[in-house]
Design a protein around this ligand. Structure first.
Ligand code: PMP
Length: 286
C-alpha cells in the first residue's frame, strides 16, 4: 500500500499526471525513514530535515508533524514487514511547463514503504569496496532533492567496477558518499566532515557522533583531507538503510590492514544496542 495525495491504495493503482513538476523538472524533495519493529527511527529528526529541504526549495510543508506522523503510522500498519523504510516525496505539483513557480498549485505528496533489509553479516565481516570521484554536484547538497542525476552517475561509477559506493572529493577534501555519509579513522580518532551546504546532514551521521561522544570514542568534526582519507586506518559509511558499514578497499587498495577495524566494530555494536532500546519504546540516551 502507498499513500498519494490523500488516499491509500496499492502501488499499481497510483497515477501521476505527466505535467507533475517532479516528472518534468525533478522539482521536489524527499526523505527516507527507517522503521524498526514498526517504530519509525528518529522521526522528529527526519521531519525536521524534511522541513529544511522544503524551505530550501520554497515549498510550503503540506502537513504538520502530527499529520505526517499519523500518515506514516497508517502506512506502516498497512504493510507487512516489521522493519520497513518509508520514502516520502513532495513535488511542487502539476502545472503547465514553465520554470517559474506556478501559482495556487497544491504539492504532490507520495509515500511508500518497502521492507528494510540491512546489510548481511557476510558483508559486514569483509567490508565493502569504494572508489573516489570528484564531487560535481551543486552547492546545496544539504537539500534532499529528488533531482539526483549527479548522485546516480557517481554511484553507477562504483557499481561499474564492482564497488559499493563512490566517495566524493571536492577541492582536496572529502564531502560524503554518493548516497551516504563517510567517516575516517586516522591515528585512532574518528573524523567527520562538518555539516554544511556541501553534504546531506545525515541522521545516521548524528547518531554515530552521539554514540562516539557518549562512549568516549575520540572524534573530531572538521574538514577531512584527501591525504587523510588515503592514509586512514578505517573508513566507515553510514545511511539510514545501510546503517554503518566498513569500507575496506578504496580505489583498489586496502584501507588499513584491509579488514573492518576496531572503531567500526565498536560503533556497529553500539548502534545495534541503541536500535534495540528504541524498538522497545524506551526513550534512549545514546
Ligand atoms: N548523503 C547522501 C547523499 C545520501 O543520499 C544519504 C542517504 N540516502 C546520506 C548522506 C545519509 O543520510 P541518512 O543517514 O539520513 O540516511
Amino acid at each position: 500500500m502507498i499513500y498519494l495525495n490523500g488516499d491509500f491504495m496499492p502501488i499499481e493503482e497510483a497515477r501521476i499526471p505527466v505535467l507533475d513538476r517532479g516528472f518534468i523538472f525533478g522539482d521536489g524533495v524527499y526523505e527516507v525513514i527507517p522503521v524498526y519493529s514498526r517504530r519509525p527511527f528518529r522521526l522528529a529528526e527526519h521531519l525536521r530535515r524534511l522541513q529544511h529541504s522544503l524551505d530550501g526549495i520554497r515549498i510550503k510543508n503540506p502537513h504538520s508533524d502530527a499529520e505526517w506522523s499519523g500518515l506514516l503510522e497508517q502506512l506502516i500498519a498497512a504493510n507487512e514487514s516489521d522493519d520497513q523504510y518509508l520514502y516520502l516525496h513532495i513535488t511542487r505539483g502539476v502545472a503547465k511547463r514553465d520554470h517559474a513557480f506556478p501559482k495556487g498549485v497544491a504539492p504532490t505528496v507520495f509515500i511508500m514503504s518497502n521492507p528494510l533489509l540491512t546489510p548481511p553479516q557476510e558483508l559486514l565481516a569483509t567490508g565493502v569496496a569504494a572508489i573516489t570521484a570528484s564531487d560535481n554536484r551543486w552547492l546545496r547538497c544539504d537539500i534532499k532533492a529528488i533531482s539526483l542525476l549527479p548522485n546516480i552517475l557517481l554511484r553507477q561509477m562504483a557499481v561499474d567496477v564492482g564497488a559499493v559506493e563512490t566517495m566524493l572529493l571536492r577541492e582536496g577534501f572529502m564531502t560524503e558518499g554518493a548516497a551516504s555519509n563517510i567517516f575516517v579513522v586516522k591515528d585512532g580518532v574518528l573524523l567527520a566532515p562538518p555539516k554544511n551546504h556541501l553534504m546531506l546532514p545525515g541522521i545516521t551521521y548524528d547518531v554515530v557522533l552521539e554514540l562516539a561522544a557518549a562512549h568516549d570514542i575520540p572524534y573530531e568534526v572538521r574538514e577531512v583531507s584527501e591525504y587523510e582519507v588515503r592514509t586512514a586506518q578505517e573508513l566507515l559509511l553510514t545511511s539510514s538503510t545501510k546503517e554503518i558499514m566498513p569500507i575496506t578497499r578504496l580505489d583498489g587498495k586496502p584501507v588499513g590492514d584491509g579488514s573492518p577495524g576496531e572503531v567500526f566494530t565498536q560503533l556497529y555494536q553500539l548502534y545495534q544496542n541503541y536500535k534495540v532500546t528504541v524498538m522497545r519504546g524506551d526513550t534512549p540516551a545514546p
